[in-house]
Design a protein around this ligand. Structure first.
Ligand SMILES: [Zn+2]
Length: 421
């Protein structure tokens, strides 16, 4: 058993909505958990090692509730043809491993993957748990559910009618998923549909949720237009992904159901800013039509007190597994009216709650896993400092040192929030 006392550290406190200076934190690297957090360096624990943090700012590791680890954001279109799900199992697996490493090196310590070709996230999760690959902890959804020819079809289950949905969800549960992902409406990155199209019927959507909840699992709905979001909230989905458009009635329904929104603002933002010459016009046009509406919708949700769990849709064009999660948090502050503390909460405790792991994740507290990031500067003063290179700890041990690892060869996006919408 190795106990490390991290001293002289400013720790983020969700209750106080701020960092508290001059604290200490004892972690046990055998269990991977925090055993004590306190005001100073004195502790009754038997300590094997003391690590002076020199006043650095520590917050829980970033959680990202919406990723696609089998996708690489720079590898989407080849001669105008979508490649993401047309590649081999091996190709997708290699990308997943690479994305996992990018994520942990950028402070993302837990992801909820919501749609993976070939159920690859299920195997990747096992590899990560055994310590065979480097990366964040993974909550899986396996293959997503689409209607035949609908959004996301091609890499997931194509099901039509209540019976096929029921059979499919039971199969996904048998395969070992933690969450069900259902494409309730159309979306941006498929031609011939719009975010306002409702694809699954209310009965199909309800069937998926009932079957997931029956097994104690969560369910996430890709839902963009207001009518589709309403249908998904009514069906009982735990999280609504994207939510491009919501009205007052939808807000009230969400409050009644305890629904969480996962905004993925950087998905459209990155296409808007970088995709002019590469992303096909049909997709860009949908971004231009919907981006303002989306940002207004998330702003409204924030003002109404709907819980927001940070998610980026990592794997879409120009939206990867590196600092995009931190950009997403900056977008919440700059474009959706959150305070920096609220943005931190969205990527920590709110994700942990949405993923039903808040008993062990999302806060720096005794009993929680010691997954955290340490920064030179205070994100409450400037949320964008989370985008800087940082020390990353997983299960109490440093797994990435600031400026210590050569960046992988993916193009690095600059700070994106400068783009005017
Ligand atoms: Zn997605």
């Amino acid at each position: 058993m190795t106990k490390i006392n991290y001293t002289n550290v400013a720790i983020y406190n969700h209750e106080k909505q701020d960092f508290i200076a001059h604290q200490h934190m004892v972690v046990d690297t055998d269990t991977g958990k925090i055993v004590e957090v306190g005001n100073g360096s004195s502790t009754n624990q038997v300590i094997d090692e003391v690590s002076d943090m020199h006043g650095r700012f520590v917050m829980p590791g970033i959680m990202n509730a919406h990723t696609h680890i089998t996708s690489i954001p720079t590898y989407w279109w080849n001669d105008g043809k979508e490649q993401r799900h047309s590649d081999s199992r091996e190709f997708n697996t290699m990308f997943a491993v690479r994305n996992m490493e990018d994520a942990i090196n950028h402070g993302i310590t837990y992801i909820r993957n919501v749609g993976a070709a070939y159920d690859i996230d299920i195997e990747v999760k096992k590899m990560q748990e055994k310590g065979w690959i480097k990366g964040p902890k993974v909550m899986t959804s396996g293959k997503a559910f689409s209607i035949t020819g609908g959004h996301g079809s091609g890499g997931g289950y194509e099901v039509d009618g209540v019976d096929e949905v029921r059979k499919g969800v039971r199969q996904a549960m048998k395969n070992g998923v933690d969450n069900i992902k259902m494409m309730v409406t159309g979306g941006v990155l498929k031609n011939g549909e719009t975010p306002d199209d409702i694809q699954f019927t209310s009965e199909e959507a309800k069937t998926a949720v009932i079957k997931a909840h029956h097994k104690g699992k969560t369910a996430a709905a890709h839902a963009q237009g207001n009518a589709g979001v309403k249908e998904a909230v009514e069906a009982g989905f735990d999280t609504i992904e994207h939510a491009f458009d919501i009205d007052d009635e939808t807000i009230e329904m969400m409050k009644a159901h305890g629904t969480v929104i996962v905004p993925t603002m950087n998905a459209m933002y990155a296409i808007y800013k970088y995709g002019e010459n590469t992303v096909p016009d049909w997709a860009r046009e949908k971004v231009i039509v919907n981006i303002k509406k989306h940002f207004a919708s998330i702003t409204k949700a924030v003002q109404s007190g709907i819980p927001i769990a940070m998610g980026t849709d990592a794997g879409t064009p120009y939206n990867g597994f590196r600092n995009e999660s931190a950009y997403e948090m900056e977008l919440y502050v700059e474009k959706a009216g959150m305070t920096p503390a609220q943005a931190i909460d969205s990527a920590t405790i709110n994700c942990a709650r949405a993923m039903h792991v808040d008993d062990e994740y999302g806060q720096i507290a005794a009993g929680n896993y010691a997954d955290f990031i340490s920064m030179q500067e205070n994100p409450i003063d400037d949320i964008s400092v989370i985008q800087h290179d940082k020390d990353v700890y997983q299960n109490g041990t440093k797994v990435h040192a600031e400026a210590g690892v050569e960046a992988s060869k993916q193009p690095q996006m600059s700070n994106q929030v400068s783009a005017a919408i």
